[in-house]
Write a protein that binds this ligand. Sequence first.
Ligand code: IFM
Length: 454
Amino acid sequence: MPHRLDLPADFRWGASTAAYQIEGAVDEDGRGPSVWDVFAARPGAVRDGHTGRVACDHYHRYAEDIALMRGLGLDGYRFSIAWPRIQATGSGPANQAGLAFYDRLVDALLEAGITPLPTLFHWDLPQALEDGGGWLARDTAYRFAEYAEIVADRLGDRVPAWITLNEPFVHMVFGYALGIHAPGRALMLDALPAAHHQLLGHGLAAAVLRERGREVLIANNLTPVWPASDTPADLAAAEAYDALHNRLFTDPLLLGRYPDLSAYGVGEDLGGSVRPGDLGLIAGPGPGLDGLGVNYYNPTRIAAPAEPGGLPFAEAEIEGVPRTAFGWPVVPDGLRELLVGLRERYGAALPPITITENGCSVADEPGPDGTVHDQRRIDYLAGHLDALGAAVAQGVDVRGYFTWSLLDNYEWAEGFNQRFGLVHVDFTTQRRTPKSSYAWYRELIAVHRAGQGR
Ligand code: IFM
């Protein structure tokens, strides 16, 4: 039975992936090493020692993958461009062979009637830039804008809208504060300049894209923050966490200022990294963003820390809800809460929203008849789309939904052990098997397109 949704008729349906998670071909056609190649090679860094060396071999199989997208009836495909394919060391002239790959990809998407929605940075920084300080170095923001210019000049005639960064919060925290993702630095609060420099890079790249008449989005990982109780200590902890996870990224973009991080002992200059004029560059002139990309997976429950002196919050369990294979709590209404909360917080400063990621990992494998029945994913997606519909009914302007992910892929520190795809990938044979959720999503899109949306 197809799922019925009351969404605008021009609502856009899509799926998302990212370069290092699917492309493979890490040494081909002049691609330089990224921080993920180096990190994944470190013993113990990634579960089972998995690397993205081959991943889904999408670099060679993109035509087959686009045929799968066409089969779904997607309006749009969100993928990322690997910076080290375009500039092996993160600066200097463009690598023409790297650009040619994305040229072919974009042309093949358009040929299939699918609008490309590229992300310029989804965590695979050229290692040479990391050797110079990575996102802790201000210079990386300027290199990022140069790279954006190269790519926009080559693909911009066919790509109407661009996402600058994917989840700068996750990249800062996992990559620079905790060291569980590349580049593997464990600097705790000294990682904060990596937030500012990513945002500065966004602002500089956004100016380049807008000069060329292109639309600009950013994809943030956002979470509703639930205080563990209504004690003043838990409420203060929740506020501190919200400032770090959400507002640190949306306030400068939408309001042109950083939130109060005094609970962390951090001033408005974020560890000395903010210079006069930077916030104007991040927020951009006029509405600086044409759209806000929202990646939603789950809410976060926060309590006061057990011991004083460390971080001003502690994460608490969310009880009594289902969990994904990853162990993440499944709370579909959290998406409605998040979207309505954004509108309440930012009012007229909030641009139209696109859900740029939402999905779940399920431990699914083909059964004896070769099919993959992932009812849990269907339930997850249906619940979240209902929540999205409820947010739209409450007046939030949501323009599209891109599920994570088209394919099972390389799930960072988890290697290939978490499967998020609508399509099962056998990582030994590279055989693709559409799961039940693929057929379900195809039907949903078709029903909506046939006029069930408003
Ligand atoms: O796989 C990731 C993606 O790269 C960024 N957002 C969350 C997904 C699931 O963890």
